[in-house]
Write a protein that binds this ligand. Structure first.
Ligand code: 2AM
Length: 594
């Protein structure tokens, strides 16, 4: 059989599946195969019937849903009208990227694999289930899975096995080429262009929202900086309901941009245009021409922990012997433990790696920047206000991520640190953003009570829900809030007190560190068994959890099941089934993040 052309289709939320898809593409290109790579929703899915070889790479989002860029594909694939044998010609394989700390681990990949079999496709190997929680990162699953994929492909197409592959130390051609221009343009930030039409802002057309205020809501002596930020969305056509999320892309800090340009010997003010070397489209959100500064500041993710593919490509530029040996080790299968302790465990950033390999970095060609660095991915935040209470405004509540590893400099979350740095007192600041439907839905019926458990910044969607519900006259609301200390991090205290006084809210607070023993929200859930049972079993109340994904949601669920057992006189198993049934009907909902 002649050599096939390979199609790699991916569904990616945070860019990991996209990066993995491109890694498969590079491996295929080294075999001189014809390859195409696309996000699933950019592919005309009806064409699948005429494809021969397709690899699907899909991640699963927190709640078990497919990523945004494969939602249309997902709906199409599960149409009942698709005939059982319609993919009879197709050889394919599915690689899933997931996180086993979430309950629906790799749900999308498993379901896709089953569906492809149902539609008659030949699936070449068992579905790959990469796990972000794995000690050595998801590569521990992906590497052997890829090795066995190529084995199966070579068995199907023996001519491929005979091809002499391009050597690992020869770089593949870059995806784009840079054309540097001599003239300098006055820098205008094109991201801030206000759309003149009346479309609803989206990822491709975000709305530049002015930052109205950016307040720290925890005491200065508290370990964590939590920000309450308000955006002006007047004239944006943005509408949202409680439970929806706002999405934005952060920028790299000016210091990081400066250092990056120094290391690569690039002048940040230089203008360039970009040309694609094959039929890939030039990224639409980059202005053309663009300055190096704009590119580095708002497009290249230099603050993330780099993946193995970064080292593979970087090593092809090494001329200094020491650096070359080290990079070759990090790129090799045998060097993955070493790479993990150098990079993943201490959360070393790509920029810090570049600084550790200065000779190689100085040799880097700009053409390869897009192949080396993924694009900065959008981040989502639960909206913390309602349009009824704050017309033309959108507020969020953000914990500024900062922690120590063995590295000297503390690690900082890119988006929360960037948001915290935006200071409207220093002049007008705009953030391009758009809004998405969120996972939490609140009841329309006036009489349905809601019980909300939201410790820490988990309270954000519930503040929005409370404002919205109170404005609509829905006053049966219970909130369980938890923080460390009543004085240091009990944000929005006065608002809750006012709502309670007005008879619109029943509030339970768990201040975990204000006494000797820890008190958490789940303790109060248990203590209020009678009230909760009455609301849930007799008044069909909806129950919500939002917040940190670590142990809190599972502990709250356990407490809730104990409430069912105690008050409803049911067995542990029956309590579990009740919760599952509530989840199925939407009476129980959760939104958790890590
Ligand atoms: P801690 O930091 O004192 O452990 C918001 O972060 C609040 O959630 C804090 O009071 C924090 O308490 C608490 N918290 C931490 N782990 C939790 C868990 N497993 N269940 C419930 N609350 C938790």
């Amino acid at each position: 059989m002649s050599s096939p052309s390979l199609l790699v289709l991916y569904g990616s939320q945070m860019g990991t599946a996209q990066d993995t898809a491109h890694r498969i593409v590079r491996q295929a290109q080294r075999r001189r195969m014809q390859v195409k790579v696309l996000p699933l929703d950019s592919y005309s899915v009806a064409n699948l019937i005429s494809e021969t070889l397709v690899v699907f790479v899909c991640s699963t989002t927190g709640q078990g849903d497919p990523p945004d860029n494969m939602k249309n594909f997902w709906r199409f694939l599960f149409r009942k009208s698709l005939p059982a044998g319609s993919l009879g010609r197709l050889d394919c394989a599915v690689l899933g990227l997931g996180d086993s700390s979430y309950p629906k681990f790799n749900f999308v990949a498993k379901k896709l694999h089953k569906r492809l079999l149902q539609l008659g496709a030949s699936v070449l190997l068992p579905v790959g289930l990469a796990d972000d929680q794995h000690d050595l990162g998801s590569d521990a699953v992906i590497d052997p899975w890829l090795a066995s994929l190529w084995e199966k492909v070579f068995a199907l197409y023996p001519s491929l096995a005979e091809v002499i592959p391009l050597q690992e130390d020869e770089p593949l051609p870059p995806t784009y080429t840079f054309h540097f221009l001599d003239d300098v343009k006055e820098e205008t930030d094109d991201r801030l262009r206000i759309p003149m039409d009346h479309t609803v802002p989206s990822q491709s057309h975000p709305f530049p929202a002015r930052v109205v205020f950016n307040k720290r809501v925890t005491e200065l002596s508290h370990f964590q900086d939590v920000r309450h930020i308000e955006f002006d969305i007047t004239g944006s056509n943005i509408e949202f309901a409680a439970g929806d999320v706002v999405v934005m892309r952060p920028c790299n800090s000016p210091e990081d941009v400066e250092l990056f340009c120094q290391l690569l010997r690039l002048d940040p003010e230089t203008l360039f245009t970009l040309r694609a070397t094959d039929n890939t489209a030039v990224p639409a959100r980059l202005p053309q021409p663009c300055t190096v500064r704009q590119l580095v500041e708002s497009f290249l993710d230099i603050a993330a922990v780099p993946r193995r593919s970064f080292f593979e490509l970087l090593s092809t530029f090494a001329t200094n012997e020491l650096e070359r040996d080290k990079l070759a080790e990090f790129s090799s299968a045998a060097g993955q433990d070493e790479l993990h302790s150098y990079c993943n465990r201490p959360r070393r950033t790509a920029l810090e790696v570049l600084a550790d390999f200065p000779h190689t970095t100085a040799e880097l060609k700009a053409d390869y920047l897009f192949d080396l660095f993924p694009e900065i991915q959008p981040r989502s935040f639960s909206i913390a206000s309602s349009l009824q209470a704050y017309p033309n405004r959108l507020q969020i509540l953000v914990a500024v991520v900062q922690y120590k590893t063995k590295l000297y400099k503390p690690r900082r979350g890119l988006c929360s640190t960037w948001l915290a740095s935006l200071d409207p007192a220093q002049g007008e600041v705009y953030v391009p953003l758009w809004v998405k439907k969120g996972g939490l839905k609140f009841p329309k019926e006036k009489s349905t009570p809601v019980i909300m458990v939201g410790p820490g910044t988990g309270v954000a969607p519930f503040r929005s829900a409370l404002q919205e519900r109170i404005a609509e006259g829905k006053t049966a609301n219970v909130l369980f809030f938890g923080c460390r200390s009543e004085i240091k991090d009990f944000y929005f205290k006065s608002e809750w007190v006012e709502m309670t006084k007005a008879g619109h809210l029943v509030l339970f607070t768990a201040f975990s560190r204000d006494q000797e023993d820890k008190v958490y929200v789940q303790h109060h859930v248990r203590e209020n068994a009678e009230l909760l049972w009455d609301l849930i079993a007799k008044k069909s109340a909806c129950f919500y959890i939002a917040g940190n994904a670590k142990e809190m949601p599972a502990s709250v669920c356990d407490a809730l099941k104990e409430v069912f057992q105690q008050e409803g006189s049911v067995t542990a198993e029956e309590a579990e089934q009740m919760l599952v049934a509530m989840e199925r009907t939407g009476q129980f909902q959760s939104e958790t993040w890590s």
